[in-house]
Design a protein around this ligand. Structure first.
Ligand code: CU
Length: 115
């Protein structure tokens, strides 16, 4: 009885694991195609300290498709690289604004589209 269950688990693992592997490979491939990434510069109002920078960066990186977010406190800007198939400028702007909290209110807009 025990033996039967164990081999059942082993069989299931043998079937399921390669499927997981195949799926993760399939998702990994397009992301590796860096040529498809786009860069956008956002102007951000409301950043007043380093912790604002950290919160905004975290919010941008949480958007699916964003590969990097360089938030520049002094310039009041963020340079974001993202996969246009997965994310859009509006989502990036919204992500910045949704990082607002009781102390700071952030406003973002698209300055320039590059890449
Ligand atoms: Cu701050």
């Amino acid at each position: 009885m025990m033996r039967r269950t164990l081999s059942g688990v082993a069989l299931l693992t043998a079937l399921v694991l390669p499927t997981f592997w195949a799926v993760s490979q399939a998702e990994w491939q397009p992301a590796a195609d860096l040529a498809a990434f786009q860069e956008v510069t956002l102007t951000i109002e409301g950043m007043e300290c380093r912790s604002c920078v950290k919160d905004i960066r975290k919010a941008l990186l949480r958007v699916p498709g964003v590969s990097s977010a360089d938030v520049r406190f002094r310039e009041g800007r963020a340079v974001v690289k993202y996969d246009p198939q997965k994310a859009g400028e509006e989502e990036l702007v919204r992500a910045v604004e949704s990082a607002s909290n009781a102390m700071y209110r952030y406003r973002a807009s698209v300055l320039a589209q590059g890449g």
